[in-house]
Design a protein around this ligand. Structure first.
Ligand code: BV8
Ligand code: ZN
Length: 241
């Protein structure tokens, strides 16, 4: 482990531009269940069943109950050493773009300046009528919540399966991985598109790819260095205080 970790640390400190992609694994040590782990979110439902516009139009109450349950869990979570190490990298390095698939807001809480939240944010709600987006931190949230402006029904401001990501988000995310010289992929199973394509984009542009995960993933084949272990343990050694 030490060889690859030292190699990764040296590459990171010598890099000009770093692109980071995180997934649910970086929040696991904060107490958030991952999507596809054994304690996955709402075991009896698969995210693909609930996190869809069809599920919401069919049963908005059930979908809001799921998000209310997750918001209540997220509200009790604090950033862990992995989130803090990435925030340290941003403040120390200056040219870091952090892209996350997570909707829990923990990177911002850890001090990351402008995390690119590819799939939205669980603390934001969007009106299905006037499309106004606002932060809403009520826990529990009245179900279904109504827009304060027009009374329309609110939905989570989150990208569901089958929904396109915002253009500006895609530009920032793909731009970061196209031009980075080091890509750091942390705590993601690499199942969900288009996030799962970012590491390959970095590889194609000749970047040095570092993976941090508890287990091998599809990213491991294209990583220059695959550091197996918990993000909260590895990242502080990769980005020491
Ligand atoms: C889109 C919001 C255009 C919801 C989420 C190509 C082929 C097949 C299907 C598709 C395709 N292209 C598009 C699709 C459809 C779909 C898709 O990819 N489906 C998958 C399931 C195959 N993609 C989309 O619909 C996307 N939209 O492409 O628009 C379009 C439109 C229509 C039709 C086609 C294309 C939108 C995707 C966004 C979905 N929304 N989240 C919510 O959160 O409520 S995705 C959801 O999965 C979460 O955001 C989550 O972050 C994300 C990815 O999961 P991971 O983060 O990787 O989490 P996971 O549990 O899987 O893995 C955790 C990892 O951590 C593991 O590897 C584990 O080992 C590791 N780990 C655990 N503990 C630790 C750790 N590592 C380190 N330390 C630890 N302590
Ligand atoms: Zn409205």
């Amino acid at each position: 482990m030490n060889g690859p970790l030292i190699q990764a640390r040296e590459r990171l400190s010598a890099s000009r531009r770093v692109a980071v992609l995180t997934g649910a694994g970086i929040s696991a040590e904060s107490g958030m269940p991952t999507f596809r782990g054994a304690d996955g979110l709402w075991r009896d439902f698969r995210p693909e069943q609930l996190a869809t516009p069809e599920a919401f139009s069919r049963d908005p109450k059930l979908v809001w109950e799921w998000y209310d349950w997750r918001r209540e869990r997220v509200a009790r979570c604090v950033p862990n050493a992995g989130h803090l190490a990435l925030a340290r990298l941003e403040h120390r390095h200056g040219a870091v773009t952090l892209v996350t698939q997570n909707v829990d807001g923990l990177h911002a809480l850890a001090g990351s300046l402008q995390p690119v939240e590819m799939h939205g944010n669980i603390w934001k709600a969007r009106c299905t009528a006037c499309h106004r987006v606002a932060e809403d931190r009520r826990v529990p949230i009245p179900i279904p919540p109504a827009c304060g402006i027009c009374g329309g029904m609110l939905r989570p401001h989150i990208v569901w399966f089958g929904e396109s990501l915002e253009g500006e988000v895609l530009e920032r995310a793909f731009g970061a991985f196209e031009y980075c010289d080091v890509a750091l992929i942390v705590g993601t199973s690499g199942q969900v598109q288009p996030a799962a394509s970012l590491a390959g984009v970095a590889r194609q542009n000749g970047a040095f790819v570092i993976e941090v995960n508890r287990e091998p993933t599809p990213h491991s084949a294209l990583a220059d260095v695959s550091l197996m272990g918990a993000a909260g343990d590895i990242l502080p050694r990769l980005i020491p205080e």
